[in-house]
Ligand binder design. Structure first.
Ligand code: 13P
Ligand code: ZN
Length: 281
């Protein structure tokens, strides 16, 4: 990595704003809807720290604690900021925060050039980056929160259990189980930005790569930007197909054709997937 580049031109910032652009074009980020975080590598963090004078900035409490991420740097979107604007002015729309030695507070290291603060969902990003990082042996670096319409619509009708939501999505479209073979966790409606929402999600992220927030959206993890974006895309597409099929079927879920459990197991066998058998009938 070129540690002499301005932070806004570093490769990980380009990947980050690229995801913001695609998510905006997909229609998942009305107004300031949605947010994104990226956990920097040691090498990237070193490059950022070289040009920063964060020492002495006050720590702000997070409301949750993630001791395993103590001292980590996270690139995050700003609260109230529109993801569509991130690529034009990353140093204004985004910020890099450092986590305290206890992992329970943050301070600004770079960005938010004209004032601003991290996304209101920072507690969820921090707690869940720590859980996913532990679950993947350090591979997971990205958490992406989007507001995809069909998935949110589904949560108005379908029973809010991991099993009920996951099975409908897996059965709607062949590729869905390939994108999320462990399934999806589901959190009933909760206040956005709350520690309660962060903590409920973190329990589910021990098992799942993505968590559905009822009447709100999806929180998806990935090793990199493509994996997190691809997971949201696959889940939302399956939800769209489910909604279309149900609408074409006069609102009934009694579909003449579907993928049964043996079909799901056959896909998992063919592609060597860690299928979550506990969710099957
Ligand atoms: P922020 O603008 O604070 O990121 O909030 C958007 C959002 O989607 C909250 O869930
Ligand atoms: Zn949201």
């Amino acid at each position: 990595m070129d540690t002499c580049s301005p932070v806004g031109e570093m490769e990980f910032v380009k990947g980050f704003v690229g995801l913001c652009d695609v998510g905006w074009r997909m229609g998942w980020h009305e107004r300031n809807g949605g947010n994104l975080s990226y956990r920097l590598t040691e090498e990237e963090a070193e490059g950022v720290r070289l040009g920063s004078d964060a020492e002495g900035s006050p720590w702000e409490p997070l409301g949750v604690a993630a001791p395993s991420l103590a001292g980590s740097l996270l690139l995050v979107t700003g609260s109230g900021r529109y993801l569509k604007n991130a690529s034009a002015a990353p140093e204004r729309e985004l910020g890099i925060v450092e986590l305290s030695p206890e992992g329970d507070a943050w301070r600004l290291v770079w960005g938010f050039a004209e004032g601003g603060r991290p996304t209101s969902e920072l507690p969820s990003h921090v707690l869940n980056l720590s859980v996913r990082s532990e679950a993947t042996g350090g591979a997971c670096r990205v958490l992406y929160h989007a507001h995809p319409s069909h998935l949110v619509a589904m949560t108005a009708l379908v029973p809010l259990t991991d099993r009920d939501v996951t099975l409908r999505l897996w059965r709607a479209m062949t590729e869905c189980v390939i994108a999320c073979p462990r399934g999806l966790g589901v959190v009933p409606w909760a206040v956005p930005g709350s520690a309660e929402l962060a903590e409920a999600s973190s329990e589910l992220f021990r098992t799942y790569d993505a968590v559905v927030w009822a009447q709100h959206g999806l929180f998806a993890s990935g090793d990199g930007f493509d994996e997190a974006l691809g997971l949201v895309h696959a889940v939302e597409k399956a939800a769209e197909i489910y909604c279309l099929a149900r609408s074409m079927n006069a609102g009934s879920e009694d579909f003449p054709n579907t993928i049964d459990d043996d079909g799901l197991r056959a896909i998992a066998h063919r592609y060597d997937l860690p299928l979550n058998e506990a969710l099957l009938d």
